[in-house]
Write a protein that binds this ligand. Sequence first.
Ligand SMILES: C[S@@+](CC[C@H](N)C(=O)[O-])C[C@H]1O[C@@H](n2cnc3c(N)ncnc32)[C@H](O)[C@@H]1O
Length: 388
Amino acid sequence: MRYFFECGNFVELSLVELSCVLESYDISKDSINRVGEGILLVESNTVTEEVLDRIFQRLGGFIRYGQVIDDIDSFLLPFLKKEKITFGISALGNTNVALKDIQRLANEIKRGFKSNGVSSRFILPKQSELNAAQIFTNSVIENGFELCIFDTKAGRMYGSTLSIQDINAFIKRDLDRPSVDFDMGVLPQKLARMMCNFTGFKEGIIWDPFCGSGTILIEAATLGFDILGSDIDLNAIENSEKNIQWLSEEGLISHTRVKIFPLDIHSVPKKTLKEIKRTGISAIVCEPFMGPPQRKILGDGKADELLNKVRTLYESLFNIMNEISRPGFKVVLIIPSYRTKSGFKTISISSFIGKKWDVLNKKYTKGDLKWERNNSIITRNIFILSKR
Ligand SMILES: C[S@@+](CC[C@H](N)C(=O)[O-])C[C@H]1O[C@@H](n2cnc3c(N)ncnc32)[C@H](O)[C@@H]1O
């Protein structure tokens, strides 16, 4: 069986996320084939659709997935037995199909249905592909199908959507949570989700030692991890606690073990270190303090000052990680780059890791793992580490 996965805006991040989540289900990352702009194919004869759906529901970096169709006529056959059908057609990635061509194909399919006595309703995409709202409101997948068209290196391919990302659930967790401190900087919800998935684990305990408003904790808990959160700032602790409490009241998590406590990473009492060690953490996922949101290009001095803070935070964190971690312990962290007049400034991961940690990025992709918007002042560089 062949399945297509449509990536979100950051294709390298999506590719790595899918690789890590497949591996957590003992499926080789080599079953992924990058076939077109933002389209990945997964080939497997062993994975069941139920497992594949569970995998898709965990992902943050994908819009939809479905089954590859070898022949459109045989795909349409079972629908000819129905009385009523709702269907849509989407052109994915940078596939060059005009809306009028989509409409023409839809008319042809509709004529086929009509001559077989099937009444059909076609949903035309607003742009080249149907959005989640169009799919959900019209129950396209339950009442019919979405036919996807995508160009690959080997030519044009077709697929039928099995599921689309529940974007409203991400928006709800992002906008409806009660407490957020934007001045401290907040991670995009989907990036937090992807970073949790980069651990390659699907259960265990995730610790965010700079938890802020708890974006990583929220996504980790939603994925079914138990969570440990700490921060030097008491407001941050209160925000995270309220947000996790809200998540639980909304019924979005259950049976999650939660511990959130104040901690300055530069001075961890011996007793606390012992307790953390005893907790049996599987992974650390975090973003350090990177300064307030920036609107203007930074001067070199300011960028150096912010990077020095990041360096000292990570030096302290690595001292603790070296104490509490066993081989296979994972860390997913962000190192910022700041745009200055003389170009981007950052710090090298190699200055922290010494000989104790492997950087896994290159195992999954030749590209850089970055979250950056056009002209943004801060770029987030993401690193996946494993303890030797
Ligand atoms: C960028 S924020 C994290 C935001 C968080 N990922 C979110 O999305 O809400 C960084 C956090 O690091 C915390 N921090 C700064 N210095 C610290 C220290 N020495 N020990 C622990 N936490 C610290 C700040 O209080 C801040 O909440």
